[in-house]
Design a protein around this ligand. Sequence first.
Ligand code: ZN
Length: 674
Amino acid sequence: MKICENGTAKCSVHVPTEPTPAELHAARELAKYLKRISSARFSIVRGIPDAGPAVVVGEIGRTPLAGTRQMANESILRTVDRERLFLVGADPRGTLIGVYAFLRDELGCVFPQLRPSDEYIPRRLTIEVSEEEHYHEPFLPERYFLGVGARDAVDWAAKTGMSYGPPPFENDRELDWQGEKPLMTEDQAQMWVRESVTLRGEPGISIGGHASEMIMPPSKYFDAHPEYYAYNPTQTSNAIRTVKDGRDTFGICWTHPEVTRIFVEYFIDFFARYPHMTKFTLFPNDGQPPCFCDECRKIEEPWKGTMTNESLQYTKNYLLFTAKIARAVAEKFPHVRMEVGCYSSHTELPEDLDEDLPENLDVIFCIFERKWDRALDDPPSDEELRRTLPEALVSSYENDARKYTSYHELFARWRRLVKGRFRYYDYLTSTLASCGMLFPVSRAACRTIRYLRAQGFCGYGSQWVNSPLIWASYGFSLYVTGRSMWDGDASWEDLAREYCRGFFEDAAEPMFGYFQTLEDSAHHVRFGMGIPEILQVFDRQTCESCRQLLREALLAKVPAKVKRRIRDQQTLLEFGHLFWQTRQVEMRVENALREDRLDDTFALLAEHLKIDDRIQKLFDRPPLRWGKEWRGTVFRHIMGALSDRRGVLHVVKQMKDAVNAKHRFLWYDASERF
Ligand SMILES: [Zn+2]
């Protein structure tokens, strides 16, 4: 069926007689893109004709197709009936997603990144569409990404097929997700509802974070009631915590009844004030300590984790506390869900826990300490682990082998108790502390998404920060995984090629090869988040292949903006490779010292410093400059740290230790801190 010919529309875009704001928005988006493709002007008409030619956009229940089909939430249907092309959704969100899916799957648009100038819109004056019926259900029911706000990102989330985008307001807060600051202003809340729910059909608003200080502000309560905060006499005050009489403002006493009352009151007020908020995710403060008060210890002694990391675990008190809040909230707001952030020291449940938890209590897993080179269900063999783990600088077999295999059991323990839904929060953008170093984990992430669905998870998403560096480095992963949550039939290769076609145009083939080479390299080394481990991906051979592919890509006939994108990848690749080179020098230092060649280490140290100099100069380039500005992160990584076992500080420390050992501590005091 032809909907336009030689740049002239052959029909209008119809919406129901009394369209919802979401239907109108979806129809306008369709008309806008059809014009960008064909130059044809499609007018938007209220009322659906009995016969075509026509394009109809709306929720299925509000069109003449109602009753013909049961549609799952957010699913989409394209069908032609009496020369009317129906682009319908099960609900408001499905309607909007359906329009973008049509533009992509039928007309060849690609929405690789969030700025409109980053979109790939093919040009053609005549548009003929297939009359074959197409019905699609989302692979995962809840698809999202979380982070600070950005207007374009709200649209991009819908274009990628996600259920939720981030807030639509530009967030001017510093990159700091905790503190006493309110989550949003009243104006922002209204704008969020209007932009995300009313216009773009998001199924409600999910909010939350490391919110304890906001809910029970230390400035208000700590002086009069230190007993509301964690008893933890080993702590000392610093930039984020005040410690007094053994109480630590950064931790909460989860068993104190007044604390429960304060939190319950907060949430009752919150959900009354914001009726569109449908879920609140409660995380403890990021890195908060256990409460060692007698009441808390009666219920749970903080214990050493066995599955995820070495730190103390004290999940039970926290879970029981959140359950109390969820029960109180359910009495007044039965549609609202509370979600426990299963994170850091609140990850592992004790085996013997047996508690009847409320129906409205969900869990989100944020497993940041895991290894990233593989999907959750694809551990390396034991032989491979023994061979490759020692190369991961800050790992050991004992610490890390279980990180590949323990999650099945971890999820099962939670599933045994929790009646609500499970979501997974991924770290596709690594951490801010890795300064934007490439993190090629998208192929493993696509496999993880399939595994999680098979485990009964209803949602997956990633954290995200809106900055040019994040998009340059992680845009590929965000797109591929976002699409993978929507489309379970598409392979990683399909989606990676789609991204490359949209973002690199005629350079797509070498760029696909480039991303594939990085993903292959990542598959063979063991790494967690953070520069000291990720750098292993950028070995000489991988980088030589990648450089060659990027050179090929630059030879393709592509616009200047695409060339810039390719050059960004050259910069990012160099960043990884320079760090890999420093590590090679360090290994030569280690060898020299093992062979008692102290004299040779000075020239090696100089070699290290020359590479360090190149790294810091590389960070003068625009996408990376931020690494120098934000808390001086890159300087810290260049110098390294003893805990990382890499960098100049590590090299000098080893040289110093060697002198000490050889000359029996004449020159350096053995106990002297480095
Ligand atoms: Zn306590």
